[in-house]
Design a protein around this ligand. Structure first.
Ligand SMILES: Cc1ncc(COP(=O)(O)O)c(C=O)c1O
Length: 426
């Protein structure tokens, strides 16, 4: 870890001797910057500096930080009852949230299972898919089809459906269950290849995809026609389709879900990240009536034997209900559209610069892909020095801020990216 700075608080130095940080080589990682508080799209540091946040805490804080409606909902729930378990007991927040999600999600996605992280929501989706076959035809279908560029989380089954070569889990290759990984069917030839791979593999339970946008791979985007092909091919082979909307769900791309934007409905959907507006952890796996029907039986063995300790956590569900209130009451999707328009005006022209390979924009997400690799740590430091929090992945400098970010704040983010691209030359 790099050397301490004179202004940093004592708890940082002390804690760094014991904490094991995410996605970090602890020996060489730069020191994290100590944060005192947050407000709107601002991160206020312990040394008094303010950063405009382009990432929204791993894509969660969609209403901005400390939104009073979310804070009040959690506060009220905390005083009444932080949580009671869902085994044998029920509380209003989880039950109301399940009903509301069933109302607003497309098709008959109508059965909501709660967990605490995106990776676990994906695990649950995959487990449901395997058991769907056990419960209906009795077949053992242990495999999944997934796509190059995909990322679905860090737990073992989730890692196994990530891109096997181009993801941070590549070193685990031999330790993971082998899955069938193909190209997204972005044209007819690739659709035929996907179709053929399904014909060869009768033991595939489900196909899993990040619809419209592969986030962790560098904000790679595909079109609705690709998803329509995937849906058609799944239907032809009778396999289930899982949309992993942990990132794309809840307005991120301009519609409530990518499924809505594309007009394609999966059999199972996962949501997480923005579900509580970044206030507490919560994720859901939502199954269609057809999938749920395979579990609804007099046979105990057909039940879904899954139950995280904190499933349906009351504070998290209170935050999520309040977040849905905000989506209903405030013009979130219009705000996302305004963010998109701003990107088109400020970032799209960068496409013509020699240092840039591509600029991708959809809803509140913008990605500028650079031609050459650059020093990631130096770039991240440079952005902080300029008063913005932007964390490029690979060669991609991207934004996924809160939907409520102001025009001036957005300008500060896109301006910093333009300066970065300019200074990168060719
Ligand atoms: C599409 C997708 N699926 C799953 C996950 C894993 O979510 P979590 O980090 O909450 O486990 C992520 C996280 O970035 C994601 O983007």
């Amino acid at each position: 870890m790099t050397e301490p700075t004179p202004t940093e608080p004592a708890w940082l130095e002390e804690g760094l001797r014991h904490i094991w940080l995410p996605y970090s080589q602890m020996k060489t990682a730069p020191r994290p910057v100590a944060v005192r508080e947050t407000r709107g799209s601002r991160i206020i540091l312990e040394d008094g500096r303010e950063l405009i946040d382009g990432i929204g805490s791993w894509w969660t804080a969609v209403h901005g930080y400390n939104h009073p409606v979310l804070l009040e909902a959690v506060r009220k729930q905390l005083e009444r009852m932080p949580h009671v378990m869902l085994g044998g007991l029920a509380h209003e927040q989880a039950y109301r949230l399940a009903s509301r999600l069933a109302d607003i999600l497309p098709g008959d996605l109508s059965r909501v299972f709660f967990s605490e992280s995106g990776s676990v929501a994906v695990e649950v989706a995959l487990k449901i898919a395997v058991q769907y076959w056990l419960n209906t035809t009795g077949e053992v279908r242990p495999k999944f089809m997934a796509f190059r560029g995909g990322y679905h989380g860090d737990t073992f089954a989730a890692m196994s459906v990530c891109d096997p070569e181009d993801s941070m889990h590549a070193r685990f290759g031999a330790a993971l269950a082998e899955q069938v990984i193909v190209d997204l069917p972005s044209d007819e030839a690739k659709a035929e290849a996907m179709d053929a791979a399904l014909s060869r593999n009768y033991d595939i339970a489900a196909v899993i995809v990040e619809p419209l946008l592969q986030g962790a791979a560098g904000m790679l985007m595909h079109d609705a026609a690709t998803l329509r092909r995937i849906r058609e091919i799944c239907d032809r082979h009778g396999v289930l389709l899982v949309f992993d909307e942990i990132f794309t769900g809840l307005g991120r791309l301009g519609a409530l879900t990518a499924a809505d934007a594309a007009g394609v409905t999966p059999d199972i959907m996962t949501l997480g990240k923005a579900l509580t507006g970044g206030v507490t952890p919560l994720a859901v796996t939502v199954a269609s009536g057809k999938v749920y029907g395979a579990f609804h039986s007099d046979a105990p063995a057909k039940a879904l034997m899954h139950g995280p300790t904190y499933t349906g956590h009351a504070l998290a569900c209170a935050a999520a209900n309040a977040s849905l209130d905000l989506f209903e009451r405030e013009p979130r999707l219009a705000q996302v559209a305004a963010v998109e328009t701003h990107y088109e005006r400020t970032l799209l022209p960068l496409k013509d610069l020699p240092a840039v390979i591509d600029v991708r924009i959809r809803g509140s997400v913008a990605a500028v892909e650079m031609k050459k690799s650059f020093d990631l740590q130096a770039a991240r430091r440079l952005f902080i020095e300029q008063g913005v929090f932007i964390r490029p992945i690979g060669k991609v400098v991207y934004l996924a801020p809160s939907y409520t970010i102001s025009g001036d704040e957005l300008q500060a983010l896109t301006g910093a990216i333009s300066r970065f691209v300019d200074s990168s030359g060719k």
